[in-house]
Design a protein around this ligand. Structure first.
Ligand code: NAD
Length: 362
């Protein structure tokens, strides 16, 4: 793989390869863009089929984090780490500590966290070697699970969407179909039912459906057809790639607003949704609650401050929808353009010389 070419194509600043002889750690840290602040992004542990696949993933994910942070209105850049998992050996606690040492060497240029394949226990190991991380359990001074904060943001996105489509932001009496009743989906179902929505929900795990149905007023549904449910709002809260060339014609919703990352097969699906008159709340804005919670830890966690910031998702999406109507562009294209504008604006502000901030005008 031509790494410099790939970095140039996506606009990356730095890629760091980390190897530890003792623990066998093979980790790659990618820093995409630090215009807004230090690069923030999780650490993924995955049995990649090749080094190229790992590099491709870390470049893609770190770029995505730049957009996500900028969209959330938090002053962080985009970063990501991947650890190449050895399928023959369970990763040791020391492997995560070795990773923490390497994160520490960057002195805050990159801040790590949990991602696919890593969990709270791994973060605790990493935290023994570096303070540049977010998402520790409450018992270790972190803010704990982000499921409810993310669900609060999804509710704000649903309200903005309802207001734009129907002229009222109220969930009362609205049919909401949720795919996935995990950490976010469960909290979303609970909050929506509390607000008077008629909640239809599905999960491939029957235990979580049974538990949710016992606790919340929901109608359990078939996980294989939930995307085709006739409803006001479809909330994908399980997997990515739910809006694709195979599913687009079967969707029977007015609005899509959920927490799953990368809901569209590709950005052109944004146009397909617009043509079908389905209002799409871009995922990287809708699901920013967890990121906002994590980022709030950096300056000393305050739940009220984080929740207030999450409520801004309502206003943000309202702006996206209005601009999409005015320009005829898809909501995805508008959201991307708004994020790029924010980065450019702050880039130009940071050209102002400050003796304390050695980032000087070019
Ligand atoms: P989770 O693993 O707790 O829950 C996912 C649930 O989806 C599980 O219960 C699983 O059984 C179910 N599921 C998987 N495939 C399914 C299918 N085909 N149909 C129906 N159900 C299915 O994950 P989570 O933390 O709730 O996150 C949900 C989504 O939101 C993920 O895509 C995640 O990347 C994204 N997200 C989460 C957060 C957060 O704060 N947790 C933040 C941003 C984005």
């Amino acid at each position: 793989m031509d790494i410099f070419k790939a970095m140039a194509q996506r606009g990356h600043e730095q890629v760091i390869f980390n190897f530890d002889h003792t623990t066998g750690l093979r980790a790659i840290i990618a820093i995409h863009d630090t215009t807004l602040g230090p690069a923030l992004g999780g650490c993924r542990l995955f049995p990649y089929g090749s080094e190229d696949a790992a590099i491709e993933d870390v470049l893609r994910l770190s770029e995505g984090m730049t957009y996500k942070a900028a969209a959330a209105g938090i002053d962080f850049g985009g970063g990501q780490a991947v650890i190449l998992e050895d399928p023959a050996a369970k990763p040791s606690a020391e492997l995560f500590r070795a990773f923490g040492r390497y994160v520490e060497t960057l002195q805050g240029r990159y801040i790590t966290g949990e991602d696919v394949g890593t969990g709270e226990g791994d973060l605790v190991q990493i935290s023994k070697e570096t303070g540049y991380l977010i998402g520790l359990p409450k018992a270790y001074g972190g803010s704990g699970d982000t499921g409810d904060m993310t669900a609060q943001g999804v509710i704000a996105a649903i309200r903005a969407s309802l207001s734009h489509r129907f002229g009222s932001a109220s969930l009362k009496g609205r049919r909401l179909a949720i795919q996935g009743l995990g950490k976010v989906g469960y909290q979303l179902a609970r909050r929506a039912a509390q607000e008077g929505a008629y909640v239809i929900a599905a999960d491939i795990n029957p235990h979580v459906v049974g538990k949710a149905a016992a606790e919340i007023n929901i109608e359990p549904a078939d996980p294989w057809t939930i995307l085709e449910t006739a409803c006001d709002v479809l909330a994908p809260c399980a997997l990515g790639n739910v809006v694709n060339r195979g599913s687009i014609d079967k969707l029977a919703c007015q609005i899509i607003a959920g927490s799953a990352n990368n809901q569209l097969e590709d950005p052109s699906m944004g146009n397909a949704l617009r043509d079908r008159q389905i209002l799409y709340a871009p995922d990287f804005m809708t699901n920013a609650g967890g990121l906002i919670q994590g980022a709030t830890e950096i300056h000393g966690y305050n739940d009220e401050r984080a929740r207030r910031q999450v409520e801004n998702i309502y206003q943000l999406l309202g702006d996206v929808f209005r601009r999409a109507d005015e320009t005829g562009l898809s909501t995805v294209d508008v959201a991307m353009a708004m994020v790029e504008e924010r980065i450019d604006l702050l880039h130009s502000i940071r050209r102002i010389f400050s003796p304390d901030h050695p980032k000087t005008a070019q």
